[in-house]
Design a protein around this ligand. Structure first.
Ligand code: TYD
Length: 205
């Protein structure tokens, strides 16, 4: 079971991933929770780009994410392939849907899609859960209690990325991908309940 959570910045992925991991643990599964950008070398370089410290073109950023994602799949210690082979359920905070939505709207989309979706060492998830929140509400949640924001965390940018996510989902659904769009505007419990329903629908647990 390989599940990805997506959403524009501030949509609440971290909280909901923890809740789903608890639920899977209670069901006797052994979830492995992971995220992109990774904490590996490739991901650390991406963090410097996101903070604004290391300027890169969108095409360079897209390539860095592809590299990080391949490492994230095949790394002998932290790789998704190894965890799935060991029988664990993998929950990942962001994956290629983010690259298609973010870098795909900043550089050549078809190239970003091919680099990710036709790559032999980037596995296709069993389910993508998109937490859908308006860019205005996202910005409210992002700026609350934070002094530093990252390069993509602006309302107009988030509006563009949200629209792009919807285009991406249409294209990927046509390729047979399973994607659930969940309203994340309510409270934590309401969103968790909607996620649980989607998990039951797809996996029967
Ligand atoms: P992060 O700071 O981890 O926050 P969040 O909790 O919202 O995920 O987000 C990483 C940032 O990287 C986020 O702005 C989206 C961006 N990103 C891309 O642009 N492309 C990608 O392929 C991935 C995985 C993330």
């Amino acid at each position: 079971m390989f599940i990805v959570f997506e959403g524009i910045d501030g949509a609440g992925k971290t909280t909901q991933i923890e809740l789903l991991a608890d639920k899977l643990r209670a069901a006797g599964l052994d979830p492995y929770v992971t995220a992109e950008p990774t904490g590996m070398e490739t991901g650390r370089a991406i963090r410097r780009v996101l903070s604004g410290a290391l300027p890169k073109t969108p095409t360079q950023v897209a390539a860095m994410f592809v590299q990080d994602r391949i490492d994230h799949n095949v790394d002998p210690d932290q790789g998704i392939e190894g965890k799935l082979a060991a029988g664990r359920a993998v929950i990942c905070d962001r994956y290629y849907y983010s690259s298609l939505a973010y870098q795909g709207s900043l550089t050549d989309f078809d190239w970003v899609m091919a680099a990710n979706c036709d790559c032999p060492e980037i596995r296709r998830p069993d389910l993508c859960i998109f937490l859908d929140l308006s860019p205005e509400e996202s910005m409210k949640r992002i700026t609350k209690g934070r002094t530093q924001v990252e390069i993509y965390e602006k309302a107009e940018t988030l509006t563009k990325f949200r629209a792009q996510y919807m285009n991406v989902f249409q294209k990927l659904q046509a390729r047979g991908e399973q994607i659930e769009i969940i309203d994340a505007s309510g409270n934590i419990e309401q969103t968790a309940e909607a996620i649980n329903k989607a998990i039951f629908k797809h996996f029967g647990i």
